[in-house]
Design a protein around this ligand. Structure first.
Ligand SMILES: [Ca+2]
Length: 231
């Protein structure tokens, strides 16, 4: 086998993105935030993966496993942000169910938004009309949970009530799908046996892991990289 081929194999392994394949819940790989917080019921409680039995999360606020916005927060929202793209299959949203379900009706008439770019507004109508946003409106009460087939890629997900008085409490949010995690290759140090023309800027080994992409997400360094490897 020629040396160039050996280099190609080594770099192929190095450049492989870190992917988490599922059908598992990848929600906790994101960062959770919310419009306001009641007591210690922070946004991350909705992705804390506290389960009472297989597939059934704790939805009891008194167990400290439920996120909860503060009272007086108009049209409160909860958001999940990822560093990279999520290719989802379904989203499952679990309500707060303690106190004989007396608070369950608060999770009613709400939006689920996803986007590959950050949301530019906290107004639900404006967000619905934001370019690239996928919006779903759930009319009426969620019950114990809502399960939504969802196939639009995203890096940002938001759940938002239309109520101007009720807080938003979430027992758990589950995202089933594939997380195309950030490419870790750029954190390594690249070397090669020699550099074409001695031109480090154009053909240096580091160009193969510079993570530069064009507007379509295609590695722009790939041309230099192939040119480099071909020599
Ligand atoms: Ca939880």
């Amino acid at each position: 086998m020629r040396r160039n081929n050996l280099h190609f194999i080594a770099l192929t392994a190095l450049l492989a993105s870190s992917q988490v394949w599922s059908n598992t819940n990848i929600a906790s790989l994101g960062s959770a935030s919310q419009s306001s917080t009641h007591n210690t019921s922070t946004a991350d409680k909705a992705i804390d993966r506290e389960y009472v039995s297989t597939g059934v999360p704790s939805t009891n606020w008194y167990d400290g496993t439920v996120s909860h916005t503060a009272s007086g927060d108009s049209q409160p929202w909860w958001q999940l942000s990822y560093e990279a793209n999520v290719t989802p299959e379904k989203i499952k949203i679990w309500n707060r169910t303690d106190s004989n379900g007396r608070f369950m009706s608060r999770l009613s008439d709400f939006y689920v938004f996803t986007s590959r770019t950050p949301f530019t507004s906290t107004n639900p109508t404006t967000t619905t009309n934001q370019s690239g946003v996928t919006a779903y409106f759930h009319s009426g009460a969620a019950g114990e949970f809502v399960e939504l087939p969802w196939t639009e890629d995203f890096s940002y997900l938001r759940i938002q009530l239309t109520s101007e008085s009720d807080p938003l409490a979430l027992g758990e949010v589950e995202i089933f799908g594939v997380y195309e995690g950030p490419n870790l290759a750029k954190h390594g140090t690249a070397m090669q046996s020699s550099t074409w023309s001695g031109n480090e800027a154009t053909f240096g080994a580091g160009n193969a892991i510079d993570n530069k992409k064009d507007a379509n997400g295609i590695p722009s360094g790939g041309v230099n990289q192939k040119t480099n490897l071909a020599h």
